[in-house]
Design a protein around this ligand. Structure first.
Ligand SMILES: [Zn+2]
Length: 186
């Protein structure tokens, strides 16, 4: 019988798990391996280009990305990164970011333009990848999640001031462990 993928509840800004620094995971953990297909499925269902495990309430140090995917024209090409380590960074790039855990919030974030990252893949092998531009941004955004950092932590003072109200409203609605995404306005 074919296993059915689960749409996992998304933890929203204000939920304590988004502030946790996740410890390195055992790559053979059955729970981790079981989570992967649901994590990937949930990213696509939420129209995301990246999703970290703590965004769905899990403590595994892992995320999935697919920076170039769009519902209309591209076949999925998810890359799962377990225990990732950013080995080096170079240059700077600024672009508008959003996050599945912060619906309706967008702001410019400064990131490294080029990175080298090592990680364990779904087969359990250690890999090294060079990324630049949008792909590098997506990886850095997801990597931050694993350290309990969200993109609004990295924006300028003025931008933060502008979003203060929205962030407060979001945090006020967040209940640890409860998916309330459906109740939020677009
Ligand atoms: Zn995010």
């Amino acid at each position: 019988m074919k296993r059915t993928n689960k749409l996992l509840p998304i933890r929203l800004y204000g939920d304590a798990i988004l502030r946790e620094k996740l410890a390195e995971s055992d790559v053979n953990d059955l729970g981790l391996l079981a989570l992967i297909p649901d994590l990937v499925y949930t990213m696509y269902e939420r129209d995301g280009v990246g999703l970290a495990a703590n965004q769905v309430g899990s403590h595994f140090r892992m995320f999935v990305i697919d920076p170039h995917w769009s519902r209309e024209d591209l076949a999925p090409n998810p890359i799962v990164m377990i225990n990732p380590v950013i080995e080096s960074t170079e240059g700077e790039i600024v672009g508008e970011e959003g996050c599945i855990s912060l619906p309706g919030i967008y702001a410019d974030v400064h990131r490294a333009a080029r990175i080298t990252i090592s990680y364990t893949n779904v087969e359990g092998n250690r890999q090294t990848k060079n990324a630049e531009g949008f792909e590098a941004v997506v990886i850095q955004h997801e990597y931050d999640h694993l350290d309990g950092i969200v993109f609004t932590d990295k924006i300028g003072t003025l931008a933060k001031l502008k979003l203060k109200r929205k962030l407060k409203d979001l945090a006020a609605k967040a209940v640890d462990g409860v998916n309330i995404m459906e109740d939020l306005p677009e």
